[in-house]
Design a binder for this molecule. Structure first.
Ligand code: ZN
Length: 401
């Protein structure tokens, strides 16, 4: 009974959210229109205001038989489809949380924290849906979503620590870098990247403390040192990126989000590395785990697309990848982790060729937005890291015979 109620609420919420997403998809990339102004929805053909009874998700479209009440011009079937798709995706996310509860990863009685993290994830997934449709329509990935989403993912992974879904099976067998096994599940293999980095830095520090006898940090001063380190790296990271923008994009102004994100990434990486070395027991904490996998995933995702873009531009002598894809993969990598980012990219290439090659043969259209495929596979890989694990198993099985 409880489950049916949750599903019903989710679907109704998803339909209404989908209706709002339709508005965002239309308005976000267009100059002079904002999501909140004008307040009322209007018909794109005759600009007549749409009354509330013609604005009920899916139902109104069916009742009006897909035509505007004022001008009788057809309303695209995409509007109800986006609403249904949003409802389905929302249900999927909620179901995934339900699964986490059943697996015993989350507590049985979902508390406020779980509900809030679920809502945060729903908001992010909805924003990604908007990005997918805007990119498919206009080949634009709005910075509001990609860069804003990167900020959001970093913060959300810190605040809502349940957002990193763990492998259901064989969690401890293989510690994948970026999909490091969460501490709550326990880890036996110590081959993760953080432990390698940590080991290296510990060794280096060990050497140092050999030179400086009696040099040992207690927690209080260690936190102070860390805070200074983080501040320093935030400022210098922001400043370097600011200089980079001045050099590369002299015409574009106001990269406040980008600049602060660069600073934030630098500060967090430095802080994380520092904390692993100086704070006792920090490497066992879930925050460290979430931070490490999110940062690694962001770097892997955007780094991979950036590299392919640079090489592709060099080889084909025209832009091979948009910079929007780099930012998008940063966001998706942050969600899915390092291996998740690689798998999602690979999956997106397969999906893209399944759709793109026939499309090119039939209509001769060379341009295919890559964003929607990245988003579909990124979200899938994030929600089901197990799928990545089995795919890797299958892949390694090919060679072991
Ligand atoms: Zn109309």
């Amino acid at each position: 009974m409880y489950e049916i109620l949750v599903v019903a609420i989710t679907v109704v919420f998803g339909l209404c959210a989908g209706s709002f997403l339709n508005v965002c998809i239309w308005r976000l990339p267009r100059e002079g229109l904002s999501v909140s102004k004008p307040r009322r929805s209007f018909c794109p053909s005759c600009e007549a205001k749409i009354s509330w009874r013609d604005n009920i998700p899916v139902l109104s479209w069916l009742l009006l038989r897909g035509r505007c009440r004022a001008c009788e011009k057809p309303i695209s079937i995409r509007y109800p489809l986006v609403e249904l798709l949003t409802a389905a995706v929302c249900a999927l996310v909620v179901w995934r949380f339900h699964l986490q509860i059943q697996l015993g990863v989350l507590e049985q009685q979902p508390g406020l924290g779980v509900v809030v993290s679920c809502i945060a994830l729903l908001a992010l997934v909805c924003a990604l849906l908007v990005a997918a449709f805007v990119d498919a329509d206009l080949r634009i990935l709005p910075d509001e979503i990609t860069v804003g989403g990167m900020h959001f993912v970093l913060l959300a992974m810190l605040v809502f620590q349940d957002l990193r879904f763990s492998l259901a099976s064989k969690a401890a067998e293989r510690a994948l870098p970026g999909n490091l096994v969460p501490p709550s599940i326990d880890t036996t293999g110590g081959h993760s990247i953080t432990s390698m980095v940590e080991g290296a830095v510990r060794d280096a520090l060990g050497g140092l403390s050999g030179i400086l006898p009696g040099w040992e940090l207690s927690t209080g001063p260690a936190i102070a040192v860390l805070a200074l380190l983080v501040l320093f790296f935030f400022l210098s990271g922001s400043f370097c990126y600011h200089l980079y923008r001045r050099w590369r994009l002299p015409d574009e102004s106001n990269g406040f989000f980008d600049v602060s994100l660069a600073g934030l990434l630098c500060a967090l990486s430095a802080g994380l590395l520092g904390a692993l070395c100086v704070l006792p027991g920090f490497e066992d904490s879930r925050i460290a785990y979430n931070l490490a996998s999110t940062l690694l995933g962001m770097l892997t995702g955007s780094g991979l697309v950036f590299l392919i873009g640079v090489v592709g531009t060099f080889v084909f002598r025209k832009p091979a990848m948009g910079f929007g894809d780099v930012k998008l993969m940063g966001l998706l990598g942050g969600l899915a982790g390092c291996w998740g980012a690689l798998t999602a990219f690979f999956l997106a290439c397969i999906l893209g060729s399944i759709v793109g090659i026939p499309r090119r043969l039939i209509s001769g259209d060379r341009h295919l937005s890559f964003g929607p495929f990245l988003i579909i596979s990124g979200v899938f890989v994030y929600l089901w890291p197990d799928a990545v694990d089995s795919a890797l198993d299958w892949y390694s099985g090919l060679f072991s015979g």
